[in-house]
Design a protein around this ligand. Structure first.
Ligand SMILES: [Fe+2]
Length: 288
């Protein structure tokens, strides 16, 4: 039977464009299955031309599981709590000063990370809608960490085998010392957590490196300097073109990526002059 959607690979390792589906509407079972299969195969799906509301984004996202709420109220949408506003504007559309708390905080998304890796059960996947996109900079880069692990040189592989890493939301914030302390109730929601450096995808079973550089504060059995050196060496290896899909945004692209096999980063842009408004939902992990 022909697929109900059109899937066109964008890169040999990661990424495919999907056409023939309207994300504003509930997905027919055949379409859901086709998207799910394409997602598992290509890790990130790009849906161009999807002018969806927040409610429609939430409804689409819920096809894939329960949704997370971001721990910081300052970047959650007031109207739809499952929406994380990755935006340098306020809710009324005013450009925020580039030294404001929100813009400085969001600059952390420009460091490599896996969304929600600081949770006991990390997110399954994230869905990002480009509402206002930049002319220059602001791309999203995504790395296939399963292919990275498969290609890892033996010496680097030996350095991660059997080790765990501490993932810490507050460690990431400490990388921007100008940020104010997180309110106590929000900090209490994000205690550090420990994950093995090699993990297996809960559906496909394929192993990958659980590499979330911005959140990793320590690696078991290593000093702080050795831990950082290992994270840096892994990141340098992972950044090779053969593992990276680089997405240049067009307005109303929707990206859906698998946090169980990818890390990603936004690229820098001139936040004082260009508007960048993206709405993210994240699917909670642990439910297959
Ligand atoms: Fe992210």
């Amino acid at each position: 039977m022909p697929s109900p959607i059109e899937v066109r690979p964008l890169h040999p390792s990661v990424g495919a464009e999907v056409r023939g589906v309207d994300l504003r509407k509930p997905l027919a079972p055949g379409v859901f299955d086709a998207i799910q299969q394409a997602w598992l195969k290509h890790h990130v799906l790009v849906f161009p031309g999807q002018e969806i509301t927040d409610a429609e984004q939430v409804a689409f996202s819920r096809h894939f599981g329960r949704l997370e709420e971001f721990p910081m109220a300052s970047v959650r949408s007031g109207a739809q709590k499952e929406i994380f506003r990755v935006a340098n504007t306020d809710a009324d559309g005013n450009l925020l000063p580039s030294d404001s708390e929100v813009v400085v905080y969001l600059s952390l998304t420009q460091d490599w990370h896996i969304d929600s890796s600081y949770r006991k059960v990390a997110s399954k996947g994230s869905i990002l809608h480009g509402i206002e996109v930049t002319e220059e900079g602001g791309e999203t880069w995504l790395v296939n960490l399963a292919d990275v692990l498969a290609a890892l040189p033996p010496d680097l592989k030996m350095r991660i085998e059997g080790r765990t890493a501490i993932h810490d939301f507050l460690f990431a914030r400490s990388l921007r010392p100008q940020l104010s302390p997180l309110p106590c109730d929000e900090a209490a929601k994000v205690p550090p957590t420990e994950h093995s450096l090699i993990r297996h995808h809960e559906v496909t079973g394929v192993p990958s490196i659980f590499l979330s550089p911005v959140y990793i504060s320590a690696i078991s059995g290593l000093s702080p300097v050795e831990s950082r050196a290992l994270v840096d060496d892994l990141t340098a290896f992972a950044e090779q073109d053969r593992f990276v899909y680089r997405h240049k945004w067009t307005r109303h692209d929707v990206l859906m990526w698998d946090n169980r096999s990818l890390m990603h980063a936004g690229r820098a842009y001139d936040a004082a002059r260009q508007r960048r408004v993206m709405h993210r939902t994240s699917i909670a992990g642990g439910e297959g």
